[in-house]
Design a protein around this ligand. Structure first.
Ligand SMILES: *Cc1c(COP(=O)(O)O)cnc(C)c1O
Length: 467
């Protein structure tokens, strides 16, 4: 390909990307079924024998792919816990893709290794974690949980005289695994991947917000790992770290924190009291693609003991740091990997401490506003809104199901369904830099309209059917 045609192609891609973002507001938040069907049909073809012109490849992607995407980059997508991508991070991603660095060892890309060192340092600063903790950038909180719990597994067994990295788990001492009843499914998946077993956990009873009950914490001895949650994926509630961490440590346990989005409360002077006590833990997992608003995918793991992370992840099996430079391959489950650090650095550099605090606080204020106005309109709000999550329901499960489906079909916004304390409910997660107050007002109106039309329809049904 000539320089000229490469330039045309990349400019075209950038222009299409810009247009896509600018037009998000003019389309439905969830793609129309027609657009998805058109894409599905176009994709159903065998691998071509002959090459296709790159500009044609790009047109296909934009003409058929773009309309079929979910507008999670926009301001009214509230499904799961989903961040947008700050403009500086999209730009950083585009440039870093042009760099195409392989960031598995320092020598693979000294430049990105330097960005990573700074980014991890800034993350520890803003999340208020120990300066001496070792960190790593992975695909998401699931792999961050994996990295932390692999370190925990190694360390608690090492203290019991067992080297799991060389000997494996057959014949190893048993590890007690303690989680809350409301543990995130990714933690259980990770325990399965680590050979510790999903179903071997002891689940601690929780209160009405999903917080672990301290009085229900079992007594234990020997190798043990306690998994706490900073930010319940539904309610946003925090486990009582102040009570549980000292109790767990007294009994010799490793304490791990799943703080995929909740840990970011540390960034706000007004909200950080909720996470203060989690700092006494031994490891922390969080996401950057949620509240830090970098592009997918990016999660972050921090482990208090650098040696524990090294032992679990070292490529050579030798736990010594090699020389002066830090090689990602010795602290991360991956080998070859992309330059996630560049986007994390760009997010923190572009926001600064105050910008990040403002982003987190704005989403929390929006969540509170929405909850208050929904409650005032007679919608049942099921959680204490302490952060960015709102859980609501609309009468019985059947009605809730129909209102959620009507709302999703409206195209104005998108919220997912969940089960909260046995009830079918709707979860609204405010985690995007792109969400304006006007977006939140539009969302309130759309939710109330969906409820209205649903109630009217079901009342009409009843009348039609007669007594
Ligand atoms: C989102 C989330 C996860 C999983 O994170 P991924 O980035 O999807 O791997 C784990 N725990 C909690 C509490 C979450 O909110």
């Amino acid at each position: 390909m000539s320089h000229d045609s490469r330039e045309r192609l990349l400019r075209d891609a950038a222009e299409r990307g810009i247009r896509y973002l600018q037009d998000l507001d003019k389309r439905t938040v969830y793609p129309e079924p027609d657009d998805l069907q058109r894409l599905e049909k176009a994709l159903a073809s065998p691998l071509p024998d002959a090459p296709t012109n790159s500009s044609e490849v790009l047109s296909f992607l934009d003409d058929l792919g773009s309309p079929a995407t979910v507008s999670s980059a926009g301001g009214r997508y509230f499904g799961f816990v989903t961040g947008g991508a700050l403009p500086a991070t999209v730009a950083a991603n585009w440039l870093a893709t042009a760099w195409d660095q392989n960031c598995f060892v320092f020598a693979g890309s000294p430049a990105v290794a330097l960005f990573e060192e700074t980014a991890l340092g800034w993350l520890k600063d803003v999340l208020e974690l120990p300066v001496s903790a070792e960190g790593t950038l992975v695909t998401g909180a699931t792999m961050a949980n994996f990295s932390c719990l692999a370190s925990a597994r190694g360390e608690v067994l090492r203290r019991a005289g067992w080297d799991v990295e060389s000997r494996g788990l057959s014949g190893a001492p048993e590890i007690k695994l303690i989680v809350g009843e409301e543990v995130h499914a990714s933690v259980l998946k990770v325990l399965g991947m680590l050979g510790l077993g999903r179903d071997t956990v002891q689940r601690v009873a929780v209160d009405e917000q999903g917080r672990m009950r301290t009085d229900a914490l079992p007594r234990f001895s020997g190798p043990a790992i306690v998994c706490l949650q900073a930010g319940n994926v539904n309610s946003g509630a925090f486990d009582p770290a102040e009570q549980i961490i000292p109790l767990a440590h007294e009994q010799g346990a490793w304490v791990h924190v799943d703080g995929a989005f909740g840990l970011w409360a540390s960034a706000s002077p007004a909200l950080k009291a909720q996470v203060r006590d989690f700092k006494a833990a031994d490891s922390w997992a969080t996401d950057a693609h949620k509240w830090l608003n970098v592009p997918y995918d990016c999660g972050v793991a921090f482990v208090r003991s650098p040696e524990a992370l090294h032992r679990a992840m070292s490529i050579s099996g030798s736990y010594l740091l090699r020389g002066k430079s830090r090689d990602a391959i010795d602290v991360t489950p991956d080998s070859s990997r992309r330059a996630r650090a560049v986007e994390v650095w760009a997010a923190l550099k572009s926001l600064g401490r105050t910008g990040l605090a403002e982003l987190v606080e704005r989403n929390c204020r929006q969540a509170k506003w929405l909850a208050e106005h929904l409650a005032a309109a007679g919608v049942e709000v099921l959680n204490e809104v302490n952060l960015n999550q709102v859980v609501v329901c609309f009468g019985n499960d059947e009605r809730s199901r129909r209102v959620i489906s009507t709302l999703q079909g409206s195209g104005v916004c998108w919220c997912g369904s969940t089960t909260w304390q046995g009830r079918h409910a709707m979860r609204i997660s405010l985690s995007s830099w792109a969400t304006t107050d006007a977006d939140v007002e539009k969302t309130l109106a759309a939710i109330l309209a969906a409820r209205e039309s649903e109630y009217t329809n079901s009342d009409a049904e009843k009348t039609e059917r007669g007594p």
